[in-house]
Design a protein around this ligand. Sequence first.
Ligand SMILES: Cc1cc2nc3c(=O)[nH]c(=O)nc-3n(C[C@H](O)[C@H](O)[C@H](O)COP(=O)(O)O)c2cc1C
Length: 313
Amino acid sequence: MFSQIKNTDLILAPMAGITDMPFRKICGRFGADITVTEMVSARGLVEGSEKSFRLLYIDEDEKRTGIQIFGNDPQVMAKAAKIVSRYRPEFIDINAGCPAKKVVKNGSGGGLLSDLDNFENVLKAVVENSGVPVTCKTRIGFADDYSDEIIDVIYEAGIRKIAIHGRTVKMGFKGVANYDWCKYIDKFPDVKFVLNGDIDSSQRAMELIERYPESNIMIGRGALGNPFIFEKIKKAMRGEPASDLSYEIWFDTIKEHYDLMLKYYGDYGLILMRKHVGWYLNGMHDSKRIKDFIFRSNNYEEIIEVLRQYDRD
Ligand SMILES: Cc1cc2nc3c(=O)[nH]c(=O)nc-3n(C[C@H](O)[C@H](O)[C@H](O)COP(=O)(O)O)c2cc1C
């Protein structure tokens, strides 16, 4: 039906505090073909920060997982690329989009887009020192849209896979993602572009997949509490009818997510899991009562029992 689709890889967007090993595995189970770690500070790695090194961990049975780094200093980024390459990720991704104030004010993340000369040096430093393919995830501009220039800079640095979130850095997460930049896709037949921003349903994904069949789709917030979205899109791509999510799969997924969180973080995993379970419960009947209970409990068995008995219909 969609024989024109050349590459069906679905990608889980990197999200700080969210795309850790447990969540990447859960999304992988439902069809995310490629996942990316949370962003890791290049300086943190070079200075030996334990917290930064912990973020590099990729489990043996994970799928194709890349490690995302951020920074503004070409030399530090070069050293970080060497360190990260030793972990043999599928690729190293350069963050050129993070809008957080403390990141941007250092000229890192989205801040890279306000100085394209330094941006180019950063990109080249990583490409020259990486032992694995390098990709870049960026936005359409800092305060306005100059995506054509940004793509040129990334291309000139030798990068052939570019993810673009269709907002400016200044927009943060407000407004609507703008896909005008896609008009440049055909200019670069040797680049794999990744479309990102506000893809929160299989319908929206299919609109973009049909329109840009050579590109990949990347999903962030649409996967929160909803790793099932990848399977829904995969089904739509095969032309199969959508089916309702069963209570069993919903419950088993949350339980597995809890188990992975405990395995990875110890008891602290119960606390970190609260936000995820809040998302899993979003929009469900009587969910406030269940959330209130779970957010107060530190007892795994008790939480699982409450979820087991919860009839979401
Ligand atoms: C909580 C949160 C954390 C994020 N952390 C990162 C990050 O570490 N690196 C990055 O490149 N983008 C990060 N993003 C941006 C997402 O990867 C994505 O570009 C953005 O959310 C738009 O896609 P969406 O509409 O599918 O969520 C983050 C987004 C959210 C909501």
